[in-house]
Structures are given as C-alpha cells and as structure tokens.
Design a protein around this ligand. Sequence first.
Ligand code: SAM
Ligand code: SF4
Length: 324
Amino acid sequence: MKDNHGRTIDYLRLAITDRCNLRCHYCMPASGLDWLKRDELLSYEEIEQLLPLFSSLGIRKLRFTGGEPFMRRDFDKLLTRVAKSNQFESITITTNGVLTAPYVPLLKELNIHSVNLSLDTLDEKRFAAITRRDVFPDVMRTLDALMAHGIRTKINAVIMEGVNEDDILPLAMLSKELPIDVRFIEEMPFNGRGDRHAVKWNRKGLIEALENVLGNLMPIGTEPNATSENYSIEGHQGTVGIIAAWSRTFCGTCNRIRLTPSGEMKTCLYGRNELNLGALLRSNASTNQIAEEIEQAVLRRKKDGIEAEAARTPLEESMATIGG
Ligand code: SAM
Ligand code: SF4
C-alpha cells in the first residue's frame, strides 16, 4: 500500500487492549481510564479476520501493543496462532514486562523478532513513583529472561524533567553490559488528561546529555523507516537511540498505521481516528469493501504529525488507547 505522499505502508501496530496493570503518570491518571467494555473491543476473531486482509494489502511487520498486551486473556494463544500463520515477516511486542517473564520461552519458540520493554528507571522507588505500582522486580525478571533466551530487546525510556533525568546514564550503561538497544523517548502529550507542557528532554537535550557522559555518539545506519536515531558507543555491546516522538522528525518516512483496541484505524499517531474497522466488520461489509476503505484512508494521510494534529480536536487520549 502506498499513501498519498508516496510512502509505502507496511507496518501495523495493533493495540489489543487499553487496560494496564501500571499507571505511568505520563500515560494515564492514577484512577486509570474509562476502560472499554469487552464488547467494545475487537474480538480475537475480528482481529484474525482483519490480519490476513492487512497482510494482503502489504503489511509485512506487525507489533502487538496496548495498554498492556499481556493483560488481555489468552493473548499468548492469539500470538501463537498469528505467529504460526506466517502472514508477517516480523512480529514484535511492546510490553511493560510486569507479566511477561513466564511467556518469554514461548516468545523464543515463536521466533518473535524483538521485544520492546518499557523501563524508565533502574531505581525501584522511582519506578514505583512513575508507574504508581511497586513491581520493579517483575520487570527485571522479564529483562533477565529475555537476555537468557537471546531475544532481541529494546528498552524504551521516557525521560522527564525532575523525574528520571538521573537515569539517563545508568540506562545508557545497560547497553554496555547487555546486547540491548536503549532508546530515549521524548514525552508526548498523550497522558489521558489533555495536559500539555513544555518538554525539556527533547532530541537535542538528550543527545547532549548522552554525549556529555559517554563521549562522541557514533551514528549507525538505521532501517529506512526507523523512528529512532541510533548510535553505537565504543566498548558497548548494544546501542543507544533517540525517538523524537514529540519533535516528529521521522514523519517523512513513516510506514506505520495503527489499530486501536476498539478497532479504529489511525494513519498517524497524532491524527484522529480515520476508519472504524470494528463497525465495518459488524456491518457485514465484504472483504473487498473493507480493503477499499483501508486503502482510501491511507490515501487521505496528512504529510506529517504536525499537520495531522492541526486537523483534529485537541489531544486528550491516553497512549494506552493508541498503543505508542
Ligand atoms: N503497556 C506497554 C508498555 O508500556 O510498553 C505497551 C503500551 S505503551 C502505551 C507503549 C509505549 O508508549 C511505552 O514505551 C510507553 O513508554 C510509551 N508512552 C506512553 N505514554 C507516553 C507519552 N505520553 N509520551 C511518550 N511515550 C509514551
Ligand atoms: Fe501502561 Fe504502558 Fe501506559 Fe505505562 S505506558 S500506563 S505500562 S500502557
């Protein structure tokens, strides 16, 4: 599938639930969200109806995300069926790691391409303050299991002023001891409260902070559609990277579309919902009709996240309803 700007769309990010066992303050309020009811979620049957369609439209890469994907019952079974169907060149998962450790052997068996583990700090108390849950050891168990099974692992850390700046160095140093890619993400205004504040830790600040402590960062060739700029550091097994999610420097090569837990398709992280695939499926639309609507939505894509945001009502969502 090509969009109206000539960009190939081959990557689907599928958020299978909005529910989460953490309450990261940059993502949702302490009270959680107004969770979708079970019948408002795309069912697994509906997801498994849509995936072959996306595959036939040229989606090669699939990411499962949420909310927390391992919170949804029988996610492991869905994952197993989808992985064994061989419809995608790569399947990846984004997880907070709280419930993930017992499933790591299965991820290995299914040849899951990589796991993004969200971890904003290596300090147990600070972890509890950021996520409002005291479960740091569970996440570390998942990291250990991923390493023990040789699964490619990326750590995603949102760096926030006055919260976890002191973690930039320890997190970056994880890439010395372990063969992992540690990526620092600019905070985005998807906190479920519509709260928008200046972000100190942007791409520029993060690069400066990393270079101050680690010396020169050496840019390494990234995949053509990567959201992260990656750097190697002498003596490190892994890499560090920056995801300029707020500055939106990567929009020009964006190959991604998203499906929310309720089946809304988004063609831009910052854009509005473009197409209600859940409603379309339930109206008994034919496969051809659905494919046509997906292609049309992709042909209405805004040039970048700035344009997409300008064309919609103010951002009020939580990232848990978009998937990251
Ligand atoms: N619960 C899983 C997790 O945390 O990995 C998957 C869903 S979570 C919404 C996906 C990613 O979005 C996480 O890496 C998280 O750090 C990131 N995220 C959530 N809210 C964000 C925000 N306001 N700004 C930047 N990143 C955010
Ligand atoms: Fe949950 Fe992920 Fe949002 Fe944190 S970032 S509250 S782990 S969905």
